[in-house]
Design a binder for this molecule. Structure first.
Ligand SMILES: C[S@@+](CC[C@H](N)C(=O)[O-])C[C@H]1O[C@@H](n2cnc3c(N)ncnc32)[C@H](O)[C@@H]1O
Length: 204
């Protein structure tokens, strides 16, 4: 599934990018920014795509941004739009960084493309990479999007069949708390006609 998804994002990177403005992040960025412990710092953006809109916003604010993505075509666009972003071509499930490197870690519209059984390992790594006081924001699919409490399968998006996966919000929160995160915000938002759960979590 993962390799299919990589090929699909390479194939439709330009279509995705041309439609990106259908999903307005203004309110999400404002809400996340006001929770951060510092005005500038280091941000890691997992599934950075073309470097918009989170990397673009934080770079403009003076942050140092590192983006991770496994679509080379998406990263080509990111290099063009955000030449100041450091990029890592890697699978989020495999990538690693030294501990306590980042003030913030974002994963916007991306973790739901990874089997939910692998999410806890990724959250453990995010916890390790964050400095104490650091925050993370991620989009999570729920039954409001897929119609099922648990889901691993494909759904149509912009004419492509994409893999999505999620567990229940209850299981997700229990897993995050067991790792040591505090839950700062859990909000369903409808953006561009799609409803997802937006979670902000912090490392104490
Ligand atoms: C829907 S796009 C979101 C891009 C960007 N975050 C945004 O908000 O526009 C999902 C991105 O996640 C990347 N992605 C999905 N699964 C990944 C994985 N396992 N490792 C690395 N990148 C992944 C895709 O290549 C794609 O660029």
């Amino acid at each position: 599934m993962q390799s299919d998804l990589q090929k699909i994002y390479d194939r439709f990177a330009d279509t995705y990018d041309n439609n990106r403005n259908l999903f307005d992040m203004t309110a999400v960025i404002a809400d996340f920014s006001k929770r951060l412990p510092c005005k500038t710092g280091r941000l890691l953006d997992l599934g950075c795509g073309a470097g918009e809109p989170f990397p673009a916003y934080f770079i403009a604010q003076g942050w140092q941004v590192t983006g991770v993505d496994f679509s080379s075509r998406m990263l080509d666009l990111a290099h063009r739009y955000q030449p100041d972003m450091k990029t890592t071509f890697a699978d989020i499930c495999e990538v690693d960084f030294p501990e306590k490197q980042f003030d913030a870690v974002t994963a916007i519209y991306c973790l739901f493309h990874i089997e939910y059984q692998r999410h806890e390992d990724i959250f453990r790594k995010i916890y390790r990479w964050l400095k104490p006081g650091g925050h993370s924001l991620f989009t999570y699919a729920t039954k409001e999007y897929t119609g099922a409490d648990f889901f691993s399968g494909t759904k149509e998006f912009l004419g492509e069949q994409l893999f999505y996966s999620h567990t229940t919000p209850g299981d997700l929160v229990a897993s995050l708390i067991s790792i040591g995160f505090t839950i700062e915000s859990a909000q369903y938002r409808q953006i561009g006609g799609e409803t997802f759960l937006w979670m902000t979590i912090a490392k104490p």
